[in-house]
Write a protein that binds this ligand. Structure first.
Ligand code: DX5
Ligand code: ZN
Length: 218
């Protein structure tokens, strides 16, 4: 079954709490929280204090996607703020093992994410320790961009890598996911789909999530 992880990036930030609760009630599996620092990506969103405020509003799994330089400086803040899955960019640090170990020491699931130009092979030496692999299907920074079809091959490679480990690792895809392509990413091996604009920008959230799940075909 495809998990749906709405991203609040394109929601109404003045009503962030309501928007998170609404998606959770509408049947979302994870809440995907996009953290941007204006340096790693050319945009800013929100940080740990906002996540801390959202945490008491819902029990839904908080899937935090850090798009920040030197995440080792801030991961303790995000762990304290209530992340259930904490995912950082391969390209953003040189201290990968230390970060994964610190996330695990807090009892939180650790994820690693790669940008569109980064090959899946960089994940090989971490796969044994990861709980989630995230493949970006747009250049990170903004919601509402178009899905890059070359990410389908990367999903297939990442799924093969996961199978080699024999471990249960979520394979998540992020960027441009809509009803017309969610079936393709499911076929290529993704089991978690981040969906921003296709959940939040128009229509009823229950119906949007239901339609995405149905289109995933599994
Ligand atoms: C991009 C973010 C995504 C994005 C998803 O940097 O990581 O989560 O907002 O939004 P859509 O589904 O609109 O591409
Ligand atoms: Zn994201």
């Amino acid at each position: 079954m495809m998990k749906i992880a709405p991203s609040v990036l394109t929601a109404d930030f003045a009503r962030l709490g309501d928007e998170v609760v609404a998606a959770a009630k509408a049947g979302a599996d994870y809440m995907h929280l996009d953290v941007m620092d204006g340096v790693f990506v050319p945009n800013m969103s929100f940080g740990q204090d906002i996540i801390k405020c959202l945490r008491p509003l819902t029990d839904i799994t908080f899937d935090v996607h850090l798009m920040i330089v030197e995440p080792e400086r801030y991961i303790d803040e995000y762990l304290k703020a209530g992340a259930d899955i904490l995912t950082f960019h391969y390209e953003s640090t040189e201290r990968h093992d230390e970060i994964i170990d610190r996330i695990h020491a807090a009892g939180v699931r650790a994820g690693m994410v790669i940008k569109p130009k980064t090959p899946v092979s960089v994940l090989e030496r971490f796969a044994e320790k990861l709980d989630l692999i995230l493949i970006m299907s747009v250049e990170p920074g903004f919601g509402g961009q178009s899905f890059m079809p070359e990410s389908l091959e990367k999903l297939r490679q990442a799924r093969a890598l996961i199978e080699k480990t024999g471990r249960e690792i979520d394979l998540e895809i992020d960027g441009g996911i809509k009803s017309h392509n969610i079936g393709l990413v499911a076929e290529a091996g993704a089991n978690v789909a981040v969906v921003g604009s296709a959940v939040y920008n128009g229509g009823d959230y229950v119906e949007n999530i239901r339609a995405l799940r149905a289109a995933a075909g599994k």
